[in-house]
Design a protein around this ligand. Structure first.
Ligand SMILES: [Zn+2]
Length: 123
């Protein structure tokens, strides 16, 4: 049993049989696996979901070391850590919002694109 297991592991490296989808997926779908950082997400979308789930429009994004500084249309300055695991990065990826900020006046098409779009299309 154990010997067989070892044999399979060693063999897959050499021969790459078609029955190992893991290797194939890793090559072809790198976009899915690589989680973009917050800064690249925000600078791409120019939208920011607040803690309450309100979507703001972003005028300016600036990278300050490990932090991302954002200025919204409603004149707020938001400073967050540039992490790909933060709540907002997750929200941006999954498009979870409850409302849009009225003062930011995000155009409808932008909100629609945000809600409809998927990561692959935007990148
Ligand atoms: Zn706003």
């Amino acid at each position: 049993m154990w010997e067989h297991g070892r044999g399979v592991r060693g063999g897959s490296k050499l021969s790459k049989p078609g029955s190992t989808p893991g290797a194939l997926v890793g090559c072809g779908m790198t976009i899915m696996n690589s989680r973009p950082r917050l800064f690249s997400l925000v600078s791409m979308m120019k939208l920011w979901p607040s803690q309450k789930g309100v979507l703001h429009g972003i005028v300016e994004v600036e990278k300050l070391g490990q932090f991302v500084k954002m200025t919204t249309y409603c004149n707020k300055t938001i400073l967050v850590r540039d992490s790909k695991r933060s709540r907002s990065a997750r929200w941006l990826r999954h498009r979870w919002i409850r409302d849009t900020c009225r003062r930011c006046r995000i155009p409808d098409w932008k909100v629609k694109r945000f809600l409809r779009g998927r990561m692959q299309k935007i990148i």
